[in-house]
Design a protein around this ligand. Structure first.
Ligand code: SF4
Length: 351
């Protein structure tokens, strides 16, 4: 059942001030509450011990603090931890901890399901149910941070918005969550440690540029040729490579950030030297670097992993032509690590 009380963390600081004024309490109470909610991450009003009891009771009467729970946790042989996360209304999203020698990365979701239908993606099979609220995005980071600390005894160093959903179609909530993650009165993480990954929505990339955001941007490119890209990413029909290049140039100009181009390499689809040539040409238009990602097949068998020799030749060609390139081996192969696979099993619906 959906609770009728308002989720306190969906209120802005100003709205919390207004609430306190309405019950004749000083403004600074809002600051105290902000600190409990976002810095100390308490989940009950009882724990807000520097608030007088009647104030805690008033908060309890009007508000709830929504919580998420870990519905399932899978640990891969390579250390990747994938979680199915159940939200307060029973819906499920995914969050992943990706450990590496020099970093601990949280990969988090921004929507329940996704409205875009990228052909290679398990989440694309789940229709978009709703946007995540800022606190639901924030809490995924907190959950994965805790896992990094308990499983590996290391701090969380990076966050990627690369789980379920298209972050730029939940623009406001994604930016609010980043505000909370980076703020001193939150997790205090550096913005440059955060990467938002988009399938490529021109207007919203332009908005990021105008807002002069400080976090990093990644574009899921996967083909530097409109025909091929539209075949696997229908969003490319309205957001062609030319228009994306223009929006990304503006982004670079305003933020001075280099964009990362994510390129999942599929066998016999985008793994030839001709594909690499097209990618080099695209990279000449927008300053950026390329991450070549080994494909993690989903169940339908439409795409397969490219041969390692071809991947090396592809990367070698890019390097020879002055493009900075990284090869990302697929993580969590023995678990359901492709985006959307675990939530598919836990049903993205009210349980
Ligand atoms: S790849 Fe991203 S944008 Fe595309 S369907 Fe999957 S979740 Fe949505």
């Amino acid at each position: 059942m959906v609770d009728k009380k308002k989720n306190l963390r969906s209120l802005s600081s100003q709205q919390i001030i207004d609430f306190f004024e309405s019950i004749d309490q000083p403004k600074f109470r809002a600051n105290q509450v902000d600190q409990w909610l976002w810095q100390k991450q308490v989940k009950t009003f009882e724990e807000m011990t520097n608030l007088p009891l009647p104030v805690r009771e008033a908060l309890d009467q009007h508000f709830v603090i929504n919580e998420l729970t870990i519905a399932e946790e899978q640990v891969s042989d390579d250390g990747t931890v994938k979680c199915a996360i159940r939200l307060h209304d029973g819906m499920v999203v995914e969050a992943v901890l990706i450990p590496a020698k020099d970093r601990m990365t949280a990969c988090i979701s921004s929507q329940v399901g996704c409205s875009l239908t990228c052909a290679f993606c398990a989440t694309g099979r789940l229709k978009r149910m709703r946007n995540l609220e800022p606190d639901e995005i924030f809490d995924q980071v907190v959950a994965i941070k805790l896992m990094a600390e308990t499983h590996f005894n290391k701090p969380l160093t990076n966050i990627v918005y690369m789980g379920m959903g298209e972050p730029l179609l939940n623009y406001k909530n994604v930016l609010t969550s980043i505000y909370r993650i980076t703020h001193d009165m939150g997790l205090g993480m550096a913005a440059k440690r955060i990467t938002v990954s988009t399938a490529g929505i021109d207007k919203m990339i332009q908005k990021l540029a105008e807002d002069e955001v400080r976090f990093r941007l990644a574009l899921s490119l996967h083909a530097a040729n409109d025909v091929k890209r539209s075949e696997i990413m229908p969003i490319n029909d309205q957001n062609t490579l030319d228009s994306l290049a223009k929006s990304l140039q503006l982004f670079h100009q305003k933020t001075k950030n280099r964009v990362t181009f994510e390129y999942i390499i599929f066998k016999d689809f985008n793994d030839t030297i001709q594909d690499a040539k097209e990618l080099v040409a695209f990279c000449k238009k927008v300053p950026g670097r390329v991450n070549i990602i080994e494909y993690n097949p989903i169940d339908d068998g439409r795409f397969e992993q490219a041969d390692p020799d071809k991947v090396d030749a592809f990367a070698g060609y890019l390097e020879k032509n002055g493009v900075t390139v990284n090869i990302r081996r697929s993580r969590g192969k023995d678990i359901d690590a492709a985006c959307g696979q675990l939530a598919n099993k836990n049903e993205v619906s009210v349980a």
